[in-house]
Design a protein around this ligand. Structure first.
Ligand SMILES: [Zn+2]
Length: 405
């Protein structure tokens, strides 16, 4: 019986997942688009490429080493951590939360050297303004947030497991998907130090672009970050009534032309008009279902998440699955970013500004225009700057073809 049930559940998930991918995968980027054969020498000077490569290589290896340490520490904790459960009198769920926080706390300490190394390196390149103590304080405050998250997650999972035993994931996965939606919806209110846009031309462009992309107007906010960093950035957050666009003041300090900033604006509006945040919910759901199932499977030998002693194993499997899913999520992320770039080109009709923006990014943000493939696979949530320039040129070729038949 149990076997037939399992086969039916697997089939239902496979059909659902197939339908979801079929709905989530297509973008506005033409399938037959061919990117012109440009090289990195076409987008940046040799000196800038060298500097960006040096800058990013260190950060990449710092990150890889940090992740290796994360996995080793959590594997060790999964192996030995359950022994600590016996000494607590906090009840099953309370003890589970304590073990979860202890695991995160140990992890937090082991990551400090890698974080400090990153700050040290970024300060050498003037890419960070933050001091070491200030960074440590912010990092410490971040731990408080992580403690809150893990306690909430464990309360949900272990609460369900008290009733459903090793089938807690059937209720747990939808609960996490709902939490993801709540978080994505409320994110615009969690952004500190933001203010309304004060440039009337930019505000007018935002209205115009939203209309051209077939969506309602979206408020634009400026986030003041120049006290901490020189890096330019912008992002879209919220969904439906909470939609907003945030532009860092570092993008508006004169290093980028107005036309280049307008390309960024059109790109961020495209994330909303093409429903990328709702699509991210869909992708998250696709991973949450098998992910929670695998955690349930892995914790069975420790009495499933009904028992506190299963928490260290659950933590390890959760983090390992997240790392394993990252390359796939990066592919999805790069597709959505490419679509936002394409829609921005269609909206602004300005491939020259788009190209200028991406080229300026390689200089200002020290972005390696064409990083090694393994690095793109593991880390890159955006197309490389070289590919973004190539897309702008491909758009130009097509539009010239359209206007001179
Ligand atoms: Zn984007």
């Amino acid at each position: 019986m149990r076997r037939a049930e399992r086969a039916a559940a697997l089939l239902a998930f496979a059909v659902g997942a197939g339908a979801a991918v079929w709905a989530l995968w297509p973008t506005d980027v033409p399938d037959d688009l061919e990117l012109p054969p440009l090289g990195q020498a076409d987008v940046a000077s040799a000196a800038h490429i060298r500097e960006a490569e040096r800058f990013e290589t260190f950060l990449r290896w710092d990150y890889v080493l940090a992740e290796v340490v994360v996995l080793l520490v959590l594997a060790l904790y999964a192996w030995r951590g359950h022994r600590l459960a016996r000494e607590s009198a906090a009840g099953r769920i309370g003890t589970g939360m304590l073990l979860g926080m202890l695991g995160l706390g140990i992890l937090w300490i082991t990551q400090i050297p890698f974080g400090l190394a990153e700050i040290w390196w970024a300060r050498r390149y003037d890419a960070a303004e933050v001091g070491y103590l200030e960074w440590l304080l912010g990092y410490w405050l971040g731990l408080a947030g992580q403690f809150g998250f893990i306690c909430l997650a464990l309360a949900i999972v272990m609460g369900f497991a008290q009733v459903l035993r090793d089938r807690w994931w059937v209720a747990g996965a939808p609960a996490f998907i709902a939490l993801y939606v709540v978080f994505a919806w409320s994110l615009p209110w969690l952004i500190p130090d933001d203010r309304p846009v004060d440039d009337p031309a930019l505000a007018a462009a935002a209205q115009r672009y939203a209309r051209e992309q077939g969506t309602d107007p979206i408020p634009v906010r400026i986030e003041d970050v120049s006290a901490y960093t020189d890096s330019p950035n912008a992002f879209a957050a919220g969904m439906d009534a909470s939609r907003k666009i945030f532009i860092w003041d570092t993008l508006l300090d004169g290093r980028f032309t107005d036309d280049e900033v307008h390309v960024v604006l059109a790109h961020e509006i495209a994330h909303h008009s093409r429903e990328h945040i709702w699509k991210s919910v869909g992708w998250y759901a696709l991973f949450a279902v098998p992910g929670t199932f695998l955690i349930a499977l892995a914790t069975r030998r420790r009495g499933t998440l009904r028992e506190a002693q299963a928490v260290p194993v659950a933590l390890f499997v959760f983090v390992a699955l997240n790392l394993a899913a990252q390359p796939i999520l990066n592919v999805v992320g790069r597709r959505m970013e490419a679509e936002a770039d394409w829609v921005a080109l269609e909206t602004t009709d300005d491939p020259t500004a788009a190209r200028g923006l991406f080229e300026q990014f390689t200089v200002v943000a020290l972005a390696d225009p064409s990083p090694p493939r393994w690095s793109t696979l593991l880390f890159d949530t955006h197309p490389t700057m070289l590919d973004r320039v190539r897309m702008a040129e491909a758009w130009r070729e097509r539009s010239e073809g359209r206007s001179h038949p």
